[in-house]
Design a protein. Structure first.
Length: 134
């Protein structure tokens, strides 16, 4: 039981969490913009965040109608009932569009200085080498 917080430490942690929450803008609405194919999260302070819907885990093959059914999940997430998908707003804003395994499968989406340099070098040689047997 030595690992548990005492009552005073617990209260201090709860108070610190509440103060942090008051400093963060709260989401006011979440919608799907059919024209752009993006999920739009609007915040109480007037800011907005957009993310391409079909880049998100669980939404790749969703219909426009299913995407439009997005709801706020408390103060921290997005929820699609029919698709059984829940995503963290903070995670999306940090560029985390799914689990680590899902993100690793998107391999070609990363942009590093080394990758850009390699692409330029390949371009100077006439582009990507043909696959063996092609």
């Amino acid at each position: 039981m030595d690992d548990l917080l005492d009552e005073g430490a617990y209260r201090a942690a709860v108070q610190a969490g509440e103060e942090e929450r008051r400093r963060q803008p709260l989401p006011a609405a979440a919608t799907y913009d059919r024209r752009s194919g993006r999920i739009v999260v609007e915040f109480e302070n007037g800011a907005a965040f957009m993310v391409p819907a079909r880049l998100l885990q669980g939404l790749q093959d969703a219909s426009d109608d299913d995407l439009a059914s997005v709801e706020l999940l408390g103060e921290t997430g997005l929820h699609w009932e029919a698709l059984d998908v829940d995503l963290s707003i903070a995670g999306l804003m940090a560029g985390i569009f799914g689990t680590a395994r899902f993100m690793a499968q998107r391999g070609g989406a990363s942009r590093s200085p080394a990758k850009a340099s390699a692409a330029r070098a390949n371009g100077a040689k006439g582009g990507r080498p043909k696959k063996a047997g092609s």
